[in-house]
Unconditional design. Structure first.
Length: 438
């Protein structure tokens, strides 16, 4: 098939379903005790180098240590256009799948309140999931058998429900996902116009359509990156008794003073929204200009897996709350034990997380497990993250994690697809831990 602008845009858009694991790459020496005011020389040099070498117009990173205000490392502008505003901690970025940890923590708050249980069947909240089926041969046809295990809240949080994802799923089921509009993401105006022709118009309708489709694996038996966190948004909605986006706003964003976190960016803030780019060979092409972004319009429904636009300042506030065991500035969202559980390995017995999907920069091997919407380090990494470090990333190159053992948190914001065009996630992780070891 010949490549047209629309085909190119759609292909790039599908990359928005692929996220980044939060940390990758390791330095070679064991970290020493962190000096609270250690200069972040290597980290700053790396951030500055990206606009300087035209890898991206702008980069913003925040690094928080203890309860001190985060150090902000910013370079470049929010777009390549002449006169574009400087990138800073209040610039707005498409975080795509860095939405997932926020959705998962919203559910964990309901677990703490007794309105959800980790191992509760989601059919208690979405009856359409009562009788699921599992494909016999996913690559052959849609022949399916009855599932023997119900999908639970834990399964949705940890990508072990057996659900698919457009960029991951193959064979006949992929066509069914596309036919039913199971595409919970926004890319740009032209792609969105096509996807809205078939996409569900509400979170309730989305979840009910998903429930009619067969699974790729028996629930609780396999880690496979999925739309689980999007479905979890509907569970949160039902369990809380309020719309999903309202729950996030009232229970997380407002209490944490995260005033720049949106599913729909208000027109008054359009000037802070960066332009999203895609790389086509050696050329960086605007995909979603900030001034006319699709994120200035309401989505079909709030995408709990890939829908938020946020500032680095706001994501740092979210991480700071996790670092503190559920509270920030005197406001408590969760008990310390709830946060510890959320950032522990929640995978069902016998299931392992072997690493993130392609184009994510995720580390592979037995060093990581999976918690509530993000990966979790199971061991101390020499010169890198400590055991218990939790986080995730987004398709457009963003990355965020919290290292509780060091009382450390970090966020890096860029917006280009594919996110691994440049090794920023790997290199920033390495540079930061090298700085802190000085």
């Amino acid at each position: 098939m010949a490549t047209t602008p629309r085909n190119l845009a759609l292909g790039v858009a599908l990359l928005a379903l692929t996220t980044g694991a939060a940390f990758a790459g390791q330095a070679q020496r064991q970290p020493s005790t962190i000096v609270e005011r250690a200069p972040l020389t290597q980290s700053k040099t790396l951030v500055d180098s990206y606009p300087a070498t035209d890898k991206t117009p702008g980069v913003v990173a925040t690094v928080g240590r203890g309860d001190s205000a985060p150090t902000v490392l910013a370079a470049g502008t929010i777009a390549s256009d002449a006169g574009a505003a400087k990138a800073d901690e209040n610039s707005l970025w498409r975080v795509y799948s860095m939405t997932k940890p926020i959705t998962a923590m919203a559910a964990m708050m309901l677990v703490e309140q007794g309105k959800l249980k980790l191992d509760q069947p989601i059919s208690d909240f979405i009856p359409a999931f009562k009788n699921m089926t599992v494909l016999v041969d996913p690559m052959k046809d849609l022949t399916a058998r009855p599932a023997t295990t119900p999908i639970t809240v834990r399964h949705l949080m940890t990508h072990t429900a057996g659900l698919g994802y457009t960029i991951i799923t193959q064979g006949p089921l992929l066509k069914e996902y596309e036919r039913n509009g199971i595409t919970p993401f926004s890319a740009n105006e032209s792609v969105e116009a096509q996807l809205r022709l078939v996409r569900p118009k509400s979170l309730e309708e989305f979840a009910n359509r998903v429930a009619k489709l067969p699974l790729i694996a028996e629930p609780g038996t396999k880690w496979s990156y999925s739309i689980g966190l999007d479905v979890l948004g509907r569970v949160v909605e039902v369990a809380s008794g309020m719309p999903f986006e309202t729950y996030l706003d009232k229970r997380i964003f407002r209490p944490l003073k995260m005033n720049s976190s949106y599913f729909t960016v208000p027109g008054k803030d359009a000037g802070r929204l960066v332009t999203g780019y895609t790389w086509v060979g050696a050329n960086r092409v605007p995909l979603d200009p900030g001034a006319t972004s699709i994120f200035l319009k309401p989505p079909s429904f709030p995408y709990g897996g890939a829908g938020l636009v946020m500032s680095a300042h706001d994501y740092d506030r979210f991480l700071h709350m996790l670092q503190n065991g559920g509270s920030l500035d005197g406001v408590r969202l969760m008990k310390p034990e709830t946060v510890a559980l959320a950032m522990s390995n929640l995978l069902p017995a016998g299931v392992t997380y072997g690493g993130a999907v392609a184009n994510t920069g995720g580390a592979t091997g037995p060093m990581q497990g999976f918690g509530a919407g993000g990966s979790v380090y199971l061991v101390d990494v020499p010169g890198g993250p400590s055991k218990g470090t939790y986080g995730w990333g987004g398709a457009a190159g963003t990355i965020a994690w919290v290292d509780p053992a060091r009382k450390l948190r970090a966020t890096v914001m860029v917006n280009y697809l594919p996110g691994e065009k440049w090794p920023l996630r790997r290199d920033f992780t390495k540079a930061l831990y090298a700085d802190l070891a000085q």
